[in-house]
Structures are given as structure tokens and as C-alpha cells.
Design a protein around this ligand. Sequence first.
Ligand SMILES: Nc1ncnc2c1ncn2[C@@H]1O[C@H](COP(=O)(O)OP(=O)(O)O)[C@@H](O)[C@H]1O
Ligand SMILES: [Mg+2]
Length: 263
Amino acid sequence: MLTEVTAVRYVTPLREGGSLPGVVEAADSDGVNATYVMKFTGAGQGRKTLVAEVICGELARRLGLRMPRLVQILLDPVIGLGEPDQEVQELLKSSGGLNLGMDFLSGALGFDPLAYGVDPAEAGRVVWFDALINNVDRSWRNPNLLLWQGDLWLIDHGASMIWHHNWRTAGTAAAKPYDASDHVLAPFGPDVASAAAELAPLVTEELLTEVTAQVPDAWLVDEPGFEDPDDVRRAYVAALLPRAKTIHDRIALGEPRPKGATK
Ligand SMILES: Nc1ncnc2c1ncn2[C@@H]1O[C@H](COP(=O)(O)OP(=O)(O)O)[C@@H](O)[C@H]1O
Ligand SMILES: [Mg+2]
């Protein structure tokens, strides 16, 4: 289970992306405060975004990719009462209880492909991982990569695993190829074959079961067509397990594009 912390102060909204995450201060069970990025259950994107964040984020970390630690944040909406921004106020009001949090990487910069080089091995690992989870949100327009203390960190996996939006066709959707032609790391010559050889054997049923167990029941209950949260967890495992074995053969990197080209 993800560590549970309790929000004590809303600091500021993060407006770069679409979902308006907030920076919050929260206390752990020893009363120690730290700063987190909070993704709200009341956000328009819905709870499946949070499920994807947990499964993909926890999987990334176990595969050795850099990904900030995830936590569960308990929110009492009362902490937002003084918040002047109407949109933020609404979000806080509709997100009482359990939310998703992530360690805030203080001083991190958004990844700029023109200013920072990525070696083919690391680019390959990220592209292969994104292909596995079918992440459509790592483009040059919207990299969702941070540079922190000289290293590349992955964030924002809410728009992956598109198959969980229609479980009836999930088997077919999860068997589809991955178009990486728009991927922000495509111009860095990603060595996808080496990444697959290294990472695919690690994606076992056991690992995926451990990862899906991190998702709080509250975000899996009452999923139409499933008996209980564990039943839904098994469906995620069933989609990812075969994909890990074969996806490297079905990654389209497109025409080599000069680094930083905008089209
Ligand atoms: N852990 C983090 N540490 C520091 N900044 C972050 C972190 N997570 C997100 N951010 C910043 O907040 C922005 C929005 O977060 P993101 O997870 O991409 O949400 P979304 O795109 O759904 O709004 C990011 O582009 C980044 O600038
Ligand atoms: Mg984003």
C-alpha cells in the first residue's frame, strides 16, 4: 500500500498540464511535513487517470526508471476555504478524502530536447516503457519529463493504458502497436531492442500483481463487469503481461527527425 499522508496546507496550483494538480504540504504518521504534488480525485479526468498513475508509476520505479515516490494524500477540503481561485476551490471541495500524491521535486526543470542530450540506452528504456503502457503523453509538445539534479525523471502517466476505458475490447486494444513517431525521445536514437531485452523479462505476473495491489480499492470498486477490485487488478495484469513480451517488435519510431524540430 502507498504511504498515507494528510494534507495540511494547499500551496499553489501547477498550471502547465491539463489537470490542475496542486502543490500541497502534508504530514506523515510521525507528524513530519513534506511537499507533494497532489492529483485530485475530483478532477474532470476521473479516477482511471489516478489508477494509471499508480500502476505505471510503480511499475516504472520497479523497472529502475526514475519516478518520484507516490503517496496517498488524505484531504480535508476545509484547508482550501481561503483559496481565492474559484477553480481550485471547486477542485478541493470535490476531492475530500483520498487523493494521489507524489514527491515534489523542488527546482526541477521541464525537459527540453534542445538543451539536454539523452543517450540511446536511456531513451530506449523510456520509449519501450511508454510502448508497454501505451503512453500517448510523452510528445515533444508535452514531454512529461523533468530534469532534476542532473537526471531525467518520468511524471504523468494518467493518459496511458487506453484499454481500461473499454474493458470489453481491452484484449484487442492492448495488442495494438505503439506509434512513437511523436515521442520526445524519438530523435535520440532509442535503443529499444536492448531495453526490451533488459526490461521485458522483469515484467512478470508477480511484479504486475504487486504493482496493481498498490491501487487503493476505492478507485477500483463498482467497475462495470467486474466482481471486485481484485478482479479489476487481474484485468490490468492480463493486458500488460503479454504486451511486455512482444511490444518491442511493434514500436514505430517514424522517420528520423532533427532534434528539436517542431514538425
Ligand atoms: N513531482 C513533481 N515535482 C515537480 N514538479 C512537478 C512534479 N509533478 C508535476 N510537476 C509539474 O507540474 C506540471 C503538471 O503535472 P502533470 O503531472 O504533468 O499533470 P497534468 O499534465 O495532468 O496537469 C508538470 O508539467 C511539472 O511542471
Ligand atoms: Mg502533464
